[in-house]
Design a protein. Structure first.
Length: 391
């Protein structure tokens, strides 16, 4: 009995030691993760050129060019500061989440998840939208986020930073206080503003200028549109015909950036009844004020780089473009607020395209021509912290 007791005591001692050592290892690892956020970003001696100049005087980009000509000049040092802030995980309360965590360059600044994971493993309520030519949305005041709750880019950029679910902070003052403790920001603000003072206005402006510089108009579709689609394969051209004619896609996804001509929101018949009601009070805009509140209205997203930005819809319900096409082909629900473009002519019933498998494949092939590979590889939009780690 005594011998067993001695062995038991030895076991307890060893167990405590193992837990202690394990705790030290975890603490060391956590410290390493925390310190990584404080390592200075790798930036070129001369800042990248962030000016917005498309050099594309083609008919299909006429509106885009007229808009970019009116935008404020972008200061390279200010945009560089915005790039660092965009990628810096220090802007989260636990040094684990950055703006770029939900907006990855290789995915056209979407994140490939149905819902994004933020601070303390909390999930966002909607799918993270890709960043597609925000300069256009700003100029047209078409709204940001799925519910277009912000119309000004300089207001939108600060919302995720002070979102408790996404970054952990609840006020921008706490973000500024943390930035002041990070050594490299004093120099970055000095270069950008000739002053190392950190203010919310400077954070807004730098993030805004970085996002305004994110222009994506160099896809195979753009090249084809400039050359009467001579560079398209027969399948891609057939997909373009469906998109622009019998599919009626162009009515909602038209214009220079493929996200609408006039209307910026729509109910596309995803559900008979929506759990997420979408944009509130749409009845005041579209319906008689005495009618019941509308539901299911969300921002019409741009289709540029669409092959990279799944899963799709506000709730990420569709994993593939084939599923998206099938929704419009046969799955539209007859919701009372369904967009007029999705109803059969002369009836109140939803359209059914009844596309053949070959035509559905052609439509997907066309959508893939909207991918701008230059945009997803351009170093000036890349992560300046890549490769930064403690030894």
């Amino acid at each position: 009995m005594k011998t067993n007791l001695i062995h038991w005591n030895k076991f307890l001692v060893l167990l405590v030691l193992a837990v202690f050592v394990g705790a030290l290892g975890c603490k060391k690892q956590n410290n390493k993760e925390n310190l990584t956020a404080y390592l200075a970003p790798q930036l070129p001696d001369q800042p990248y050129d962030y000016s917005v100049n498309t050099n594309r005087n083609t008919k299909h980009l006429q509106t885009f060019n007229s808009i970019t000509a009116q935008i404020i000049p972008i200061n390279n040092n200010i945009a560089t500061l915005g790039r660092v802030i965009f990628y810096d995980k220090m802007l989260s309360i636990n040094n684990a989440i950055a703006c770029a965590s939900c907006h990855k360059q290789e995915m056209a600044f979407a994140d490939g998840e149905k819902f994004s994971m933020g601070f303390a493993n909390m999930l966002t309520k909607r799918n993270s939208m890709a960043i597609i030519n925000p300069i256009f949305s700003q100029a047209m005041h078409s709204g940001f986020f799925w519910d277009i709750r912000e119309t000004e880019l300089n207001m939108m950029v600060i919302k995720p930073v002070q979102n408790h679910i996404e970054m952990g902070f609840d006020t921008i003052a706490n973000v500024i206080a943390k930035m002041k403790s990070v050594p490299y920001y004093a120099n970055l603000f000095q270069k950008a503003y000739a002053s190392n003072e950190i203010t919310v206005d400077k954070i807004r402006e730098s993030l805004t200028q970085f996002l305004l510089s994110m222009v994506t108009i160099n896809s195979p579709y753009d090249l084809a549109a400039e050359n009467n689609f001579a560079t398209f394969t027969p399948q891609e051209f057939r997909g373009w015909e469906i998109f622009s004619k019998e599919g009626k896609c162009l009515n909602c996804h038209g214009g220079d950036i493929s996200n609408g001509w006039v209307e910026t929101i729509a109910n596309i018949g995803l559900d008979d009844k929506y759990t997420d009601k979408g944009i509130p009070n749409v009845n005041r805009i579209i319906k008689n004020a005495n009618e019941s509140p509308s539901e299911g209205y969300f921002k019409i997203p741009s289709l540029r780089n669409i092959a990279l930005t799944g899963p799709y819809m506000h709730d990420g319900r569709f994993s593939t473009l084939d599923q998206v096409v099938e929704h419009y082909n046969s799955g539209i629900k007859n919701h009372p607020d369904l967009h007029w473009n999705l109803r059969r002519n002369g009836t109140s019933l939803p359209i059914k395209l009844n596309l053949t498998q070959a035509n559905k494949a052609a439509l997907v092939a066309f959508l893939k021509t909207l991918t701008d590979k230059n945009f997803i590889t351009d170093p000036k939009f890349s992560d300046p912290f890549v490769g930064m780690a403690l030894n």
